[in-house]
Design a protein around this ligand. Structure first.
Ligand code: ATP
Ligand code: MG
Length: 393
C-alpha cells in the first residue's frame, strides 16, 4: 500500500483552550522541521483535534516514519487513506480495497471502529461498524471478526473527509518543542550530556548549549565532535544554538593558583557560572547537565552541592538517578552513542588530579577561590565575550 497521508495523534495533555493552539502550532512547526530530512514534499495541516501529513508526490515511507518518530508530542503515527467521497456505498468499496491491499494474508481477525465526528452523517457509528464488517466478511471468506482481541482494528473516522487506518506506530511522546521555555545545556563530548539534553527537550523545552574547550590542549576534532552531537540532538530538539567558550586561560589560572585536588570542582563552578551568564544573556531560564549521583568524584552529593552553590538558575539534571547502562541505552536509542565514544580528549580530563576531593567543603573551596581574585573576573568576561556561536541542525 502506498499511503498518501499520515494521521498524527497527540496527547490531550496541555491541549485545553488557548493552549491547544500553541501546542498544535508548535507540533506542526516541529513536524515540518523533522520532515526536511525526509525525501519528498509534504503538506502538514490541522483539523480540530487532528494533524495530518500529506505527501505531495513521491516520498520515502521509512524516512517519513523515522522523521515523525523524532517529533516530541506525537503519541501515534497512523498511515491512512483519506477519502473525499463520503457516499456510503463508496465507503464500503474503499474499506474493502484497504483491507485487501494492507492485509494480503486474510487469515486474520478484525473489528471495525467507526467514529462519527461529522454529526450530520446519515449513518450512526454502530450501523457503520455492522455494515462495513459485513462487506469485509463477504469480500474475504477467510477473514473473521473478533470484537475482543482483533488482530486488526480498522478505524473509520467520519469527519470533513473520511479517514481509514489500522496501523498505529508509536511516536516519541513528550511535548512539542517550544511549549515549555528555553534552557541552556552544558554539552560535553561525553555520553551523558546529549542524553540529558534529549530528555529535557522531550518535555517541550527549547535547548541552547554551551561547550567549554581548551585549545591547544583540546583539539579541533574534539570540538567538531560536540558540534556533531549537537546536530544529533537537534534532530529531536530542533536547531540548537551552540556557544563555544574558550576555557584555556581560566583553567591554567586555576591550575596555577589552587590546590590540584580541588581543580575539578573549582573548574566546574566556573563552568556553571559562565554557562549561567550566557544562559541569562540568551533568555534561558534553566541549566541542564548530564550529572548522575556518584558517577565520578565531581558528582558525589557533596560535589554537586558545591557546584550547584554558584548557580541562581535552576539546574536540571534529568539523569540524576540513572545508572550508566541506563544512560547508554538511551544514547543508543537516540543515536548519539557512537559519536560520544569517539576517543577525543575533554577539557575536564586534561588537568585532573590523581586524587580529586570527593567530599569538598564549601568553605575550603571558597577560600581557595580567593587566590583567583586578581584576574578571574576579567578572564570570565573575556571567555563570555569571545564565545563563538554556531547553529547546529
Ligand atoms: P558527559 O558524559 O556528559 O561528558 P561525564 O560523565 O563526563 O559527563 P563530567 O565530566 O563530570 O561527567 O561532567 C558532568 C557534566 O558537566 C556533563 O554531563 C556536562 O553537562 C557538563 N560538562 C562537563 N564538561 C563539559 C564541557 N567541556 N563543556 C560543557 N559542559 C561540560
Ligand atoms: Mg565529560
Amino acid at each position: 500500500m502506498v499511503y498518501r497521508s499520515f494521521l498524527i495523534k497527540y496527547a490531550e495533555i496541555g491541549t485545553k483552550g488557548k493552549n491547544r493552539y500553541v501546542f498544535e502550532d508548535a507540533l506542526i512547526k516541529q513536524i515540518r522541521f523533522a520532515l526536511k530530512e525526509a525525501d519528498g514534499k509534504f503538506k502538514v495541516w490541522k483539523e480540530s483535534g487532528r494533524i495530518y501529513v500529506d505527501a505531495e508526490g513521491e516520498y520515502d515511507y521509512d524516512d517519513v516514519v523515522g522523521a515523525l518518530k523524532r517529533v516530541f508530542g506525537i503519541v501515534w503515527i497512523c498511515p491512512m487513506v483519506q477519502i473525499d467521497n463520503k457516499d456510503y456505498e463508496n465507503l464500503k468499496k474503499e474499506v474493502v480495497a484497504y483491507m485487501d491491499e494492507v492485509y494480503p494474508d486474510k487469515a486474520i481477525t478484525f473489528k471495525v471502529n467507526a467514529r462519527r465526528g461529522d454529526k450530520q452523517y446519515p449513518h450512526m457509528s454502530e450501523e457503520i461498524n455492522r455494515d462495513l464488517g459485513e462487506v469485509i466478511l463477504n469480500a474475504f471468506p477467510q477473514i473473521r471478526v473478533d470484537v475482543h482481541q482483533p488482530d486488526v482494528m480498522l478505524h473509520v473516522e467520519i469527519r470533513h473527509r473520511i479517514n481509514i487506518y489500522s496501523l498505529m506506530i508509536p511516536g516519541a511522546g513528550g511535548m512539542p518543542i517550544g511549549t515549555n521555555g528555553k534552557a541552556m545545556l552544558l554539552l560535553s563530548g561525553g555520553i551523558d550530556s546529549p542524553v540529558a539534553g534529549y530528555m529535557i527537550a522531550k518535555r517541550g523545552v527549547v535547548i541552547e548549549a554551551v561547550y567549554f574547550h581548551a585549545p591547544p590542549y583540546t583539539s579541533e576534532r574534539a570540538k567538531q565532535k560536540v558540534v556533531d552531537l549537537a546536530k544529533l540532538v537537534a534532530r529531536y530538539a530542533g536547531p540548537i544554538r551552540l556557544h563555544i567558550v574558550n576555557f584555556t586561560d581560566i583553567q591554567l589560572y586555576i591550575y596555577d593558583k589552587c590546590p590540584h585536588e580541588e581543580l575539578t570542582i573549582i573548574m566546574r563552578r566556573y563552568m556553571m557560572k559562565i554557562a549561567e551568564r550566557i544562559a541569562k544573556d540568551n533568555g534561558c531560564i534553566g541549566l541542564i547537565t548530564g550529572e548522575s549521583i556518584g558517577q565520578v568524584a565531581s558528582q558525589t552529593l557533596q560535589s554537586l552541592a558545591v557546584t550547584n552553590e554558584v548557580c541562581t538558575l535552576p539546574v536540571y539534571r534529568p539523569l540524576i538517578g540513572f545508572d550508566k547502562q541506563e544512560i547508554v541505552d538511551v544514547s543508543e536509542k537516540i543515536d548519539t552513542y557512537e559519536t560520544s565514544v569517539l576517543p577525543y580528549e575533554d577539557c575536564c580530563t586534561i588537568f585532573v588530579a590523581k586524587h580529586p576531593v570527593t567530599k569538598p567543603n564549601i568553605n575550603v573551596i571558597r577560600r581557595s577561590e580567593t587566590n583567583l581574585a586578581e584576574k578571574i573576573d576579567e578572564l570570565m568576561e573575556t571567555a563570555v565575550e569571545t564565545a563563538e556561536t554556531v547553529v547546529c541542525q
